[in-house]
Design a protein around this ligand. Structure first.
Ligand code: AMP
Length: 348
């Protein structure tokens, strides 16, 4: 596993349940994944010798975040199998290639244009309309690297804030809801999707996920078939996440982002489904058949961000609350420290 965060931790736990041993590769010595893994290598993602030693020591490599350098994956792939492959990593690391790829499959996104100066942004937005969102093409997450502009007057400030000349401008989508679909594809080409899940954010960070999303069956089917089309088109192996905006008007579904990995909005599958998103990913990369995705009822996952983790005693006292602590001992604002899942809670 390249990366040592909580997603890596939960994949390592799933791998152990299937009888595998996990070897973590990440630069940080203190990391959540290593605490539950068999071995760890601490080295830079740019150290060719360490990467070769690691690659030769394992049977298959995967990653838990999408900002792994593509060259790192390419150099590992010389010695061992890597899933998902470097091609999909490359597509998803740049919002321009990502949205272009999605549009080529006939799938809607917000209207967008790539620009490299504030003047180009101004010209592009004359055609797109306000409000609009300016986003850096690379390395954006949890609302970082993006800013809303409400009129032409706001462009210069927004441009200066982003400190990049690789930007996309995007029309603002008046969505009713944000949902995501977690789709798994095995080496045998079998594809399975979990129920679409509804996501709400606080301070740009995922706060609560509710599964299944409270949308009608037609829309669920459309979201699932769209996610399937994406993984089938690129011969993907593993779990991939597709985030959508849901609107009342056409197009009812627009893809916002794809992530070539397991996702925070899929944590509810640990308790709710026969095989969790983490287990599906491990099954897929190890060439095993995918497990079951069925779930009847409702699951709610709440993130514990920063100081929220201090409320652990309250959650522990709640019967039916499933607690996950990520083993991070430095509490920082905005840091994902754990999560709580409730199955069939009283509807709120
Ligand atoms: P992103 O980093 O692209 O996932 O965006 C983070 C969040 O910003 C999304 O989950 C939305 O809530 C909001 N957002 C991003 N792009 C748009 C858009 N074009 N229209 C409306 N809201 C957006």
């Amino acid at each position: 596993m390249l990366g040592g965060g909580q997603l890596g931790r939960m994949m390592a736990i799933a791998a152990a349940q299937l009888g595998y041993k996990m070897h973590i590769y990440c630069p940080e010595e203190d990391n959540p994944a290593e605490q539950v893994s068999d071995q760890a290598t601490h080295a830079s993602y740019h150290d060719p010798n360490a990467l070769e030693r690691f690659a030769r020591a394992v049977d298959v490599v995967t990653y838990e975040f999408e900002n792994i350098p593509v060259e790192t994956v390419n150099s590992i792939a010389k010695y061992t199998t890597v899933f998902p492959n470097a091609e999909v990593l490359k597509i998803s690391q740049d919002r321009l290639t990502e949205k272009t790829f999605v549009n080529k499959l006939g799938i809607s996104t917000a209207p967008f244009r790539a620009v490299s100066t504030a003047e180009e942004a101004t010209q592009a937005l004359k055609k797109i309309a306000y409000p609009a969102v300016l986003k850096t093409r690379r390395f954006g997450y949890d609302g970082k690297g993006q800013t809303i502009v409400r009129s032409e007057a706001g462009i210069q400030t927004a441009w200066a804030d982003l400190e990049s000349d690789e930007i996309i401008v995007e029309g603002f989508v008046n969505f009713d809801m944000e949902i995501s679909v977690l789709v798994a594809r095995g080496q045998d080409g079998v594809v399975k999707c979990f129920e679409p899940v509804q996501n709400t954010h606080k301070n740009h960070i995922l706060d609560v996920s509710i599964a299944p999303a409270r949308i009608d069956q037609n829309l669920k089917d459309l979201a699932i078939s769209t996610a399937k089309r994406i993984v089938e088109n690129i011969g993907y192996v593993g779990v991939l996440t597709v985030e959508f905006f849901v609107s009342a008007d056409e197009p009812k579904l627009r893809v916002n982002e794809i992530a070539p990995r397991v996702h925070n909005s899929g944590h509810w599958t640990i308790e709710a489904c026969p095989a969790s998103q983490f287990e599906q990913h491990i099954r897929a990369i190890c060439g095993l058949p995918l497990g079951g995705v069925d779930f009847v009822g409702e699951a709610q996952m709440t993130n514990l961000i920063g100081d929220d983790i201090l409320k652990l005693p309250e959650y522990l006292a709640e019967e039916g609350a499933h607690i996950h602590h990520y083993g991070k001992f430095d509490i920082k604002p905005g840091r994902k420290m754990g999560h709580v899942t409730r199955i069939n809670p009283q509807r709120s």
